[in-house]
Design a protein around this ligand. Sequence first.
Ligand SMILES: Cc1ncc(COP(=O)(O)O)c(C=O)c1O
Length: 383
Amino acid sequence: MNFDQISNLIGNENVPKWAITAQPGHEDVTTLTIADMDFETPDFILNNLVPASRVLGYEEPSDQYYDSIINWQKQYHHVSVNKNEIIPLTGVLTGISFALQKVTSPNDAVLVFDPVYGPFSMAVNNLNRELIEFDLTISGDGQYEIDFDKLKDTLSKQKIRAMIICNPQNPSGHVWTRADLLKLSELAQQNNIFMIADEIHQDLVFEPERYTSLFEIPGVEGYAIVISAPTKTFNMPGVQSAYMFVKDAFLRDQIKSLMDDQFISGISTTGVLATTVALTQGKSWHDELMKYLKENRDTIFELFDGTKIKPMLPQATYLMWLDFSAIGISDLEIDRKLINDAKVQLNMGSQYGQDGTGWFRLNFATSRDQLVKAVRQIIEVFG
Ligand SMILES: Cc1ncc(COP(=O)(O)O)c(C=O)c1O
């Protein structure tokens, strides 16, 4: 795979990441926004999207599909699940929404960490649950951390029913450690809080970081679910395939029947095929991808050194969280200058919660040439 060669989506208004380039005057903007990669989806996936029967009829997910998830999780994440504990989904967010509907009731409080992937708050608000945003703090080594004393205090003052954990964390690429997860699950158990873990970025962890899935923590099965997907890893979010692990049989049946009632259950034949082939044949492509992404990460982290823009080093995924607060102008003005002067579009940090003010998120999953050029343009404008 030649990651230097990227697909050309310039001017395609139907691809949200590239839509800005369809606007007059913005054809030359490089967009480093939405978490799609600019690399082509690998051939071994594209070439295997035709069912053996050559019939795109109604079809239940095959045993090979379930086995591909079970084996991938066992081999790379040390998580043991069996077929009946897996609920196939069309998206991680669908899973989060359905889980919230079953583990909480209207007006119950749900905790998310701030900053975090914006749609978590939307899911909580859309379901008329009370949103509690718990501020993350930045440690001496420049990474996010959870102030556990403050969290204990929050939990003692307010009845929280569920928490959503993003691991690895979007927007910063921070990886929550086994020790963090142990403490979180202990607090969750003590306070009767249900844990929903979004692990969609779990395959994108850079050496030497070690990743721990929530389901590696002993005893959490009764009060936690894990949701993941192969779509970030293999750049195929368009096939809409994700899965949820629910170990508790009663809860699993409740979630499944809620989905059935709303005609949401089942994933497409293409989603089943893409998932199966990605997770059975994809490891060597994934290894190459991780090497390329790590070099991209290190290259631009160095470029930002000594500038007014302070990056947080992502321990995972292809997103870099950039602190622009030293520039001293509003986020809207920075955004305008990025697009009009630097000719680069980034995601504004306030999309990820109040604590994202002053920050921007950069997606570095593109060709190194394009990436370096875009980052140089940013530095030229902001210094
Ligand atoms: C943390 C996180 N969760 C969920 C999603 C969306 O997943 P899906 O399209 O499967 O709902 C994204 C996409 O960027 C993400 O970063």
